[in-house]
Design a protein around this ligand. Sequence first.
Ligand code: ADP
Ligand code: MG
Length: 274
Amino acid sequence: MDEQLLAHRTVVEVTDLTKTFDGGRVTALDRVSLSVPEGQMTVIIGLSGSGKSTLLRHVNGMHQPTSGNVKVLGRHVVGMGHKELRAIRREIGFVFQSFNIVGRLSCIENVLSGALGRLRGPRYGVLSYPKSMRQEALSQLERVGLADRAFQRTDTLSGGQQQRVAIARTLMQKPRIVLADEPVASLDPEISGQVMDVLFRSCVEDNITVLCSLHQVDLALGWANRLIGLRDGAVVLDTPVDTSLDTDRVMEVYRRLDPTGVKRSEYEVPAVQE
Ligand SMILES: Nc1ncnc2c1ncn2[C@@H]1O[C@H](COP(=O)(O)OP(=O)(O)O)[C@@H](O)[C@H]1O
Ligand SMILES: [Mg+2]
């Protein structure tokens, strides 16, 4: 085990995870083993179809594996009952490529809805939340640089701003882990950097463990503490990101697996919406 893993507690541990679909015709994950250290950003990189979403869905129990094990915060997720799953999902925030915010609601109300798991019963409107939570929601919006938009309809914001609202909502849940499935895939490169910065700061400031999937090597190298490469459902790269790791070295791994280079350009150009 390397030094980085020893220095940090492991919060997600995946062992020999295989997932097949369609009666075994499609292998989405192929004996995947990996560890995710606490309070860091681990990035899963891989092309469309390499198994990134399937892997993230196993971490919060949305998928059951064909074989293998998934341990989250010391608990086995495989075979968990509804009650246990609900409890563990309160510790896990999810950020989607498509934001999943409610456009007709104000930003602050979207952020407040992240706290619903901490409250009893439904809420209608900003004023139905306790004052302390409204203050908390405002400070989350401030962290993502959108305090001045609190009462604006969320669908009037740009894509990057909407994703920052979605992240503020996830942080409002007070999760220990944030799973982000291609959170910047539909954003342009400059805006992508702002969104990755917000995610990265949540690791540092709140000791949240972020597990984020991305298409682009450059963006991954810019933000990840640890990089895991998937290809056709198998782990082909698993390394801490330090100064010796550059785009060429990462690309080298993929070139070895893709000698004809047909898929190479997909790693280098900004991703398009799937
Ligand atoms: N529900 C499903 N039914 C059948 N095949 C699936 C399902 N989900 C994913 N797959 C297949 O598993 C593979 C990995 O998919 P996915 O995890 O979505 O990859 P990524 O997120 O990296 O694009 C793909 O071949 C995909 O078609
Ligand atoms: Mg996906």
